[in-house]
Design a protein around this ligand. Structure first.
Ligand code: SF4
Ligand code: SF4
Length: 435
């Protein structure tokens, strides 16, 4: 089968939120979906949007793992009704956000006093002071770059140990949309059969006529990417901009991305392997298990079978030329988000290599010597373990391999751009010499 997919290169995201705003203007600029961002950009480390969406212990009520498969919690009609009215796993509006700003006026109009005036938060809805302790990208406000920290007179007075801990703080941005999973939990848990996965391109949509507002999909989606429209009483979600895809256009978020970090493409996969892969016992094997579902469109037999099963020739050709396929299966620099959720997500990420640490800059270039990267990877600014928790259920080896390939590519491209002699050792050191 064919599946549209996306890869995002996290080193290139500048957190400008253009993607979120253009998506909102296109899809959720309506009554009832004010709080909904089909595309959001999270600050990492941070709690994300909605708050704590990765806390599966809190949300797991909508679905369960049974005999290695994701299945909805079943029961009689009465039990399902009871769950509808007492669904404890639904995020609250506060978990998404209440719009707020700062009371900047107070900075200039506050009367003379012993203390400096502060800009306190106030509600954007009624202007009242609010005790806001949360909002998307709230975590940005708690962070700070090394330059800011070095200029901070308080931190300058602190001991080296404390200062270094602050200076080595890290952050990066994680843009998120619906994963259009191969094994979508939202489809599995919907009692009305309103959520469905399109056969032709794998896009997961909500049939608005069939939706009865059960909201099982909201609690059932482990990525928390289904939203409830409070005006219509129906569920809504990212559509992968299917009208644009059908017209051969990219998604709005891809087209407007300032960092040009979103790659779109087609993957061919074997649907018979999906259930088997989702049932993989060891979580750390799930990344490899999902890779095992993908088919090689360069294989003439695969291409012939695909066309015989009804996949248009153009799509098979698109799968062959797909940058997404190259990043995921050929170069193995893109990784899935939380494969341990077992829904087989189809938005993958190139993990961030930057910022790099002093140990890697001895060459004078930022983190691009794969030889030294192999030795020094444990001291990367962004801890390898953190990235592994996001992308490979804690297995650091695939993340390390991806980062080393990225470092090798930087090194190679620097030589190309400077017109320097190629060094075959660079490709050899990361196992890419035969590609
Ligand atoms: Fe469904 Fe959630 Fe997967 Fe999107 S990310 S397809 S909403 S389970
Ligand atoms: Fe990141 Fe691109 Fe979105 Fe800007 S538009 S936040 S660079 S993904």
């Amino acid at each position: 089968m064919a599946q549209v997919a996306m890869v995002m290169n996290l080193d290139k995201c500048i957190g400008c939120h253009t993607c979120s705003v253009t998506c909102k203007q296109t899809w959720t600029n309506r009554t009832g979906t004010e709080y909904a961002w089909f595309n959001n950009v999270e600050t990492r480390p941070g709690q994300g949007y909605p708050r704590g969406h990765e806390d599966q212990d809190r949300w797991r009520g909508g679905w369960q793992l049974k005999h290695g498969r994701l299945v909805p919690r079943t029961g009689g009609r009465a039990r399902r009704l009871a769950r509808l009215f007492a669904n404890p796993e639904l995020p609250t509006l506060d978990d998404y956000y209440q719009p707020w700003t700062y009371d900047y006026e107070n900075l200039t109009t506050a009367p003379l006093g012993d203390d400096l005036p502060t800009a306190r938060p106030r509600s954007l809805i009624d202007g009242s002071p609010t005790d806001v302790t949360w909002g998307p990208n709230w975590d940005d406000d708690l962070g700070g770059g090394p330059e800011q920290l070095a200029a901070d007179p308080v931190l300058r007075k602190m001991s080296d140990k404390v200062r270094l801990e602050y200076e080595q703080a890290f952050m990066f941005y994680l843009p998120r949309i619906c994963e259009h999973c191969l094994n979508p939990a939202c489809v599995a848990v919907c009692p009305s059969g309103a959520l469905y996965k399109r056969v032709e391109d794998g896009i997961v949509l909500v049939d608005q006529d069939r939706c009865r507002g059960w909201r099982m999909c909201v609690s059932g989606c482990p990525y928390k990417k289904v939203y409830f429209n409070h005006a219509t009483g129906k569920a809504e979600k990212c559509t992968f901009c299917y009208p644009r895809i059908e017209a051969g256009e990219p998604t709005v978020c891809s087209e407007t991305c300032v960092g040009r970090l979103r790659y779109l493409g087609v993957m061919l996969y074997d649907p018979d392997k999906v259930g088997e892969a989702a049932a993989t016992t060891d979580e750390q094997d799930l990344y490899e298990a999902q890779l095992g579902c993908f088919l090689d469109p360069d294989d003439p037999e695969v291409a012939r079978d695909a066309e015989e099963s009804g996949i248009p020739h153009d799509w098979v050709e698109a799968a062959r030329r797909s940058p997404v396929r190259a990043l995921i299966t050929d170069y193995r620099v893109a990784l899935p988000l939380h494969p341990e959720y077992r829904t087989m997500p189809m938005v993958w990420y190139v993990p961030p290599l930057s910022p790099v640490v002093d140990a890697l800059t001895s060459s004078g270039h930022d983190g691009e010597d794969p030889a030294s990267l192999f030795g020094a990877i444990g001291s990367l600014r962004i801890p390898l373990e953190y990235l592994a928790e996001l992308f490979t259920a804690g297995d650091t080896a695939p993340v390390e391999a991806a980062l080393c390939r990225l470092a090798a590519m930087r090194s190679h491209m620097r030589r190309v751009n400077l017109g320097e002699e190629q060094d075959p050792e660079i490709a050899r050191s990361v196992g890419m010499d035969e590609r």
